[in-house]
Design a protein around this ligand. Structure first.
Ligand code: ADP
Length: 360
């Protein structure tokens, strides 16, 4: 039966390090040898350490490579989108400012009765600016944004999604104020139940709800923004946690005009008259913001294609050889770029908005 062990044989006393090892990664990551970490991982962990050189409690039991992935791939230090970059949606912008930006900027005022919800849902057709709003919230509130799409969680991180979610919320809590933007949140918090649901995605969902519950009750300045094109798939628990639900509709005629003008102006290609713009707006009823972007791209190819048919060679072509973009170019582009949202689908969003939206 082997040698007898003394009463303290193999006993490792649970004594915390005495602090002499501050700055030494080995002491901060349980069970990892420093040699096993490469330089980029060490650097990333160093950035997350407190003034005492220790890794915050929440991160100590997480895998360094997941912390690194969250810091390098999911966290965006410079979202680079401002309200002025987003066409239309004035009402949504106003609500978001009041509901989430002010509380992030002035947590001292937004306490008690004024304490904000921690979850915001942006729902509506694809390509209408939901992601842009998420980025603008972070930009306007000077917060760090973490951007994750659920399909990347379930495809790239099979079986590990749950751990990545823990790392995500852990790093976010060290980077407050923070905005966690979850694209396609419906596929994470959907109401489809057990049968088809894999064990791993069920665990992922549970982990997510646990993390959300955690920061909902605490004084943490973390906001979760979920975006979805399929709000009807969300279950009741998810709706409860995403207390504010804003409908982000298709762009109005003015917003479409703004997108066209703004994109062409950026490239010095804008020479359309007011009337031309009016015609384009009439022809693009039902187009989303991203459809409009694709349309402008296609229309701006018109002058180039024409110059080439006139005999210019692409390698020798100068800017001056191309005429300005015209309404005709847009009419041609309309044959190629069709609206991506049907009126049937719009009906579903409007109905859901009436039932569950915050501003219906
Ligand atoms: P969603 O998240 O709603 O699917 P995005 O915010 O990713 O859509 O928008 C996709 C692209 O479409 C943006 O990068 C932008 O070029 C364009 N776009 C969509 N909506 C707007 C808008 N309201 N103002 C300006 N551009 C827009």
């Amino acid at each position: 039966y082997g040698p007898r062990r003394g009463i303290r044989g193999n006993f490792i006393p649970p004594i915390k390090s005495n602090g002499n090892s501050a700055g030494n990664v080995t002491s901060r990551i349980a069970g990892k040898s420093e040699d096993a970490l490469d330089d980029s991982t060490k650097k990333c962990l160093d950035l997350l350490c407190g003034p005492d050189g220790e890794l915050p409690e929440k991160l100590r039991n997480l895998e360094p490579r997941l912390i690194e992935h969250v810091s390098n791939e999911i966290m965006d230090r410079d979202p680079n989108v401002r309200w002025d970059d987003i066409a239309g949606l004035d009402h949504a912008k106003k609500c978001v400012t009041e509901m989430v930006i002010w509380p992030l900027l002035r947590p001292d005022i937004f306490r008690g009765c004024r304490s904000p919800g921690r979850g915001l849902l942006l729902f509506g057709p694809p390509g209408t600016g939901k992601t842009m709003i998420g980025k603008a919230i972070a930009g306007e509130a000077k917060a760090t944004i973490f951007y994750i799409s659920v399909s990347s969680l379930t495809s790239k991180w099979i079986g590990e999604g749950e751990k990545l979610v823990r790392a995500l919320f852990g790093v976010a809590s060290c980077r407050q104020p923070a905005v966690i933007f979850v694209d396609e949140i419906d596929s994470l918090l959907s109401q489809r139940k057990s049968e088809g649901e894999h064990e791993s995605s069920r665990r992922l969902k549970t982990q997510f709800l646990i993390e959300m519950e955690g920061f909902d009750t605490g004084s943490e300045q973390i906001l979760l923004v979920g975006a979805t094109n399929r709000p009807q798939e969300l279950d009741e628990a998810a709706r409860r946690r995403l207390a504010k639900r804003l409908y982000i509709p298709l762009p109005s005629s003015e917003a479409r005009a703004w997108i066209v003008q703004n994109l062409l102006e950026k490239d010095g290609l804008f020479e359309l008259s007011r009337e031309d713009i009016g015609t384009i707006c009439k022809l693009t009823e039902g187009y989303s913001g991203s459809d409009m972007k694709n349309l402008v791209k296609d229309a701006s190819m018109g002058p180039l294609r024409e110059a080439l048919t006139r005999g210019f060679e692409i390698t020798k072509l100068k800017k001056e050889d191309m005429r300005p973009v015209t309404v005709k170019d847009f009419e041609n582009a309309l044959q190629e770029v069709r609206p991506s949202v049907s009126s049937n689908e719009l009906g579903i969003y409007e109905e859901w908005n009436k039932q569950f939206g915050s501003l219906a």
